[in-house]
Design a protein around this ligand. Structure first.
Ligand SMILES: [Zn+2]
Length: 192
């Protein structure tokens, strides 16, 4: 058995041994949702003080307001009653290290894991690759404050998002653990 698979199943045995969350209702008890990056250094339950049943956490690469993230947010309010949303990107995000062109170029050379050094990303070129990567918008990030604001604007201006949901924009600092507000994002997410 894979070492990781073993570790995960072992951890789950410990978790369920004193599990007492079996009676939680489906709708998030604190009625809010967080859209954030999948980065392994981010633990939304810890940085935002969540327990099981408190909030929806939607994660993807960058914490971007992709069509699929918005799909989840719409379900979050429409069917499960959340009333406030956060968009939280972070410092040192991997999404700042490449562009659509770089990603599609790497994928066209091989599907192996690429490596990065001071001169940028490099592919092993072991092939075979695929050119399908060029049909995907990878939603990379040039500037965190800009990306947070852009995503809050995208969410707030979506026709399926009601005007009375405030959306707050923050950057999580991976060095200090602090959530830093992005004023232009929160302004864009304000309820008029
Ligand atoms: Zn990230």
């Amino acid at each position: 058995m894979s070492k990781i698979l073993n570790e995960v199943l072992h951890a789950n045995r410990n978790y369920r041994a004193d599990f007492d969350k079996g009676d939680l209702p489906m709708p998030p008890g604190r009625r809010f949702a967080i859209l954030t990056c999948m980065d392994a250094r981010l633990d939304p339950a810890k940085y935002a003080g969540l327990s099981e049943g408190d909030a929806h956490v939607i994660r993807n690469a960058g914490g971007r307001a992709s069509d699929d993230a918005i799909r989840s947010l719409v379900i979050s309010y429409k069917l499960l009653g959340t009333r406030e949303w956060f968009v939280i990107h972070h410092t040192d995000c991997g999404m700042e290290t490449f562009t659509n062109e770089i990603m599609s170029d790497l994928l066209s050379k091989s599907l192996k894991t690429a490596s990065i050094d001071s001169s940028g990303w490099h592919d092993s070129c072991e092939g075979p690759g695929s050119t399908d990567g060029k049909f995907i918008n990878w939603l990379t990030i040039k500037d965190q404050a800009e990306s947070v604001t852009e995503d809050v604007v995208r969410i707030k201006s979506h026709p399926l998002v009601p005007a009375d949901i405030p959306v707050y924009g923050f950057i999580y600092d991976v060095k200090s653990g602090q959530l830093i507000e992005v004023p232009s994002a929160t302004a864009a997410g304000r309820v008029e």
